[in-house]
Design a protein around this ligand. Structure first.
Ligand code: 5RP
Length: 229
């Protein structure tokens, strides 16, 4: 099974996993990326069971609407039962690096507003320690050199993502070579740098559930202790 087939399996499994949480007045949060796209496609089959979705990007909003699923703004709903999204890396404590698709800020907002975060990640995303995948940081453009210098002080190698402007109109710096031994502290520290909109560490609000392939089947994990050795 190739990576795309695994992602599709995970998207379908996520729609099945959240099925018991769906009620006619329920709104759900929907992530961004190729794995999330498979989830959106699977969601189309059960769209009669819930009220609508809050999307973490314009791309996901368009895909949801293409399936006839109602998309609402986060300001229009009082709560989200569940958020389903992929990750670029996930570690044993269910901390993640996200933002490979430049949607990290809205992803973090929608995840924070959701009662349960279901991460759908193929097994290539599972790491012992976060940081091999460069950490995305969304920055206000005028602050990008300042933020880059601060990241160098933290031991990182910042690279401006060429040609990318986020849905919020900002730029992305990808930071290589970071030693991420304490993801929650680093997430908080980077957010203190003026000009940072969001960083792609999802540690202070990590995933609650991980759906990951193992031996070409989908496993459901609620703690890192359950993950295969
Ligand atoms: C987008 C994200 C994605 O969840 C992450 O990049 C994983 O993407 P994919 O499912 O395409 O591998 O954080 O900003």
């Amino acid at each position: 099974m190739d990576q795309d087939e695994k992602k599709k399996l995970l998207g379908i499994a996520a729609a099945e996993y959240i099925d018991p949480m769906l009620e006619i007045e329920t709104y759900i949060g929907v992530g961004t990326g190729s794995t999330a796209n498979f989830f959106i496609d699977a969601l189309a089959q059960v769209q009669h069971k819930f009220a609508g979705a809050v999307a973490s990007s314009d791309a996901s909003a368009n895909r949801l609407k293409g399936h006839g699923i109602q998309v609402v703004s986060l300001t229009e709903v009082s709560s989200l039962a569940v958020y389903v999204d992929g990750a670029d890396e996930i570690s044993n404590d269910f901390s993640m690096i996200k933002g490979g698709g430049a949607a990290l800020t809205r992803e973090k907002i929608v995840a924070s507003a959701s009662e349960c975060f279901v991460c759908i990640a193929d097994s290539s995303k599972w790491v012992k320690q976060l940081g091999a995948f460069p950490l995305p940081i969304e920055v206000i453009s005028m602050a990008r050199s300042l933020v880059a210098l601060e990241m160098v002080k933290l031991g990182g190698t910042p690279v401006l993502r060429q040609g990318t402007i986020t849905d919020n109109g900002h730029q992305i710096i990808d930071v290589h070579d970071l030693e991420i031994s304490d993801p929650a502290s680093l997430e908080a520290a980077i957010n203190q740098i003026p000009g940072v909109v969001t960083n792609g560490l999802f540690a202070n609000r990590g995933a609650d559930v991980l759906l990951m392939d193992h031996n070409n089947q989908v496993g459901t994990f609620t703690s890192g202790r359950e993950l295969p050795a």
